[in-house]
Design a protein around this ligand. Structure first.
Ligand SMILES: *[C@@H]1O[C@H](CO)[C@@H](O)[C@H](O)[C@H]1NC(C)=O
Ligand SMILES: *[C@@H]1O[C@H](CO)[C@@H](O)[C@H](O)[C@H]1NC(C)=O
Ligand SMILES: *[C@@H]1O[C@H](CO)[C@@H](O)[C@H](O)[C@H]1NC(C)=O
Ligand SMILES: *[C@@H]1O[C@H](CO)[C@@H](O)[C@H](O)[C@H]1NC(C)=O
Ligand SMILES: *[C@@H]1O[C@H](CO)[C@@H](O)[C@H](O)[C@H]1NC(C)=O
Length: 460
């Protein structure tokens, strides 16, 4: 039995405190003062109700981040837990409660919550054999992404195509993202966007723009906590209400999510699987969120990180690269770096393309497979037009049968890879081979030193 040493845990606490400042919704994050309680927000009526299109045309950051009133959002807010706080199931939400009761049966027993919501793992005593496949525990190069419990798919960590940059952005929608999204349109570039449910409810028209522009949408939880710290019902609620917010506001049922800070273990994986969500990590980290003034790293340090990833083109495999929509600076750097990225890599693609995920939602929207995307057929079909996208209290029900698939998985122990293939197949895509990623994904971490337990920070 191995316990964290006092020194390494103390370092971890310091680290986590600083990462909470960079991106700690619900904590004392720098961006929290910019967010308001929705109840207040929706009292302030704009002269006329803005739309996805009108909001998308505002140029100034200040204008974009001025709160607006969308009555349909005010109407659905009472169905949600409080935004930017750890989600729990409201006592009268029997639909959610029933689904949780179904999923419960497939949660492995014996895995306790670890540490705190803000990532303080000081008091965690954990066996060094890593019985829960706890990603956060692993040193760089040894992060566990193939579950140790039966019936759970492996995490997705790489883009399995040569010379390929998997383009992913976390923490959106950011209120002031128009220049960045305009840039992506101009460059004919799609990305995978991991949206935080609370941001979707705060900035619904910005969220709609992500879909309307043809990006691929996944969830990034409701309030951005360290997920392994939460109880089973909180983990469920963080995933459920984020997916529900995306369904209500954008009309789509997502089948993928990324754990904030990469913090996932087999208990969290089981609940995500029960909700029809594939768990997506990364193989290269720009640590762009650390950029000054929001973070404490000079811009040159982030540019160096990009340069390292850009220099490391592989003829046999691709990366899933972690970048952020968290603030104007991370978006600026992404735009600044894009020409060099697309010069160095043959392909810069959203995950739908590198994984051949044609139908990532329950709804009838079809994304191009890799070979079509790289030929220039980048547009998904079936995406709602700006005038057709609407907000309503939709009946959210998870992809892939939700709870029932989890129960099946629990009832018939399959290997992680079989289960992964089955899940990919049932969502209309071919088997990815990502389950074999353990040995491939990890070396890309070498340059970042982002080992949480070693004292450096990681943020997703
Ligand atoms: C729960 O109760 C609140 C407050 O009365 C109500 O606004 C909301 O719609 C209810 N939620 C559900 C799912 O019935
Ligand atoms: C978005 O970016 C702006 C500009 O950097 C920043 O002020 C704001 O806090 C960010 N967050 C959200 C949720 O929009
Ligand atoms: C792009 O790459 C060139 C050549 O390596 C380098 O000189 C330049 O600084 C890079 N641009 C940015 C914005 O980093
Ligand atoms: C995507 O499809 C191409 C064939 O067009 C295939 O070569 C590739 O292996 C597929 N990728 C995945 C991840 O399934
Ligand atoms: C370079 O990229 C490859 C493939 O994505 C990866 O396996 C390797 O670990 C990376 N090396 C570094 C130093 O990032």
């Amino acid at each position: 039995m191995h316990f964290f040493t006092a020194a390494s845990t103390a370092a971890a606490v310091v680290t986590f405190a600083s990462s909470a400042i960079a991106c700690g919704p619900g904590q004392s994050g720098h961006d929290l003062p910019n967010r308001r309680n929705l109840g207040m927000m929706h009292k302030k009526r704009a002269a006329s109700t803005p739309t996805e299109e009108s909001e998308g045309q505002i140029k100034s950051a200040k204008g974009q981040c001025t709160y607006y009133n969308v009555p349909e959002v005010a109407a659905i807010i009472p169905n949600y837990p409080t935004i930017w706080q750890t989600a729990t199931i409201p006592s009268n939400d029997t639909t959610a409660q029933n689904l949780f009761n179904t999923i419960k049966k497939s949660i492995p027993s014996g895995i306790s919550p670890k540490g705190t919501r803000a990532g303080d793992f000081t008091s965690v005593h954990y066996d060094s054999s890593d019985p829960d496949c706890w990603w956060t525990f692993g040193e760089a190069g040894q992060k566990c992404d193939v579950p140790k419990h039966d019936g759970l798919p492996a995490d997705i960590t790489i883009c399995d195509e040569p010379s390929t940059w998997g383009l992913t952005f976390d923490d959106g929608p950011n209120c002031s993202h128009n220049a960045f999204y305009d840039y992506l349109l101009e460059k004919k570039q799609k990305a995978t966007m991991f949206y935080i449910g609370s941001n979707v409810l705060d900035w619904p028209l910005q969220a709609q723009r992500g879909l309307v522009d043809g990006h691929h949408i996944c969830s990034h939880t409701f309030s951005h906590p360290y997920m392994t710290a939460l109880t089973d019902d909180q983990v469920f609620a963080e995933l459920y209400y984020s997916s529900k917010a995306i369904k209500d506001v954008m009309g789509i049922t997502v089948d993928c999510w990324r754990p904030p800070y990469g913090d996932i273990d087999d208990r969290v994986r089981a609940i995500a699987t029960g909700l029809g969500l594939k768990s997506i990590l990364w193989s290269a980290d720009t640590t762009d969120w650390q950029v000054e003034p929001e973070g404490n790293k000079p811009r040159s340090a982030i540019e160096n990180n990009y340069a390292t990833i850009i220099a490391n083109v592989s003829k046999t495999i691709g990366n899933i690269v972690l970048t952020h929509e968290i603030n104007g600076d991370t978006m600026d750097i992404a735009m600044e770096q894009y020409p060099n990225i697309s010069k160095a890599f043959n392909n810069v693609v959203p995950l739908t393309a590198c994984m051949n995920w044609t139908n990532p939602y329950a709804e009838d929207i079809t994304y191009p497979v890799f070979k079509d995307y790289v030929k220039g057929n980048i547009e998904p079909s079936g995406v709602p037009s700006p005038s057709a996208i609407s907000i309503s209290n939709a009946a959210y029900s998870p992809m892939n049968g939700g709870g029932s698939s989890a129960v099946e998985a629990a009832g018939s122990p399959t290997s992680a890879s079989e289960s992964n293939a089955a899940q990919a197949a049932s969502s209309g895509s071919s088997s990815s081979g990502s389950s074999g990623a353990a040995g491939l994904a990890v070396p890309a971490f070498a340059f970042i030193g982002a080992v949480v337990m070693g004292g450096a920070a990681v943020l997703a």
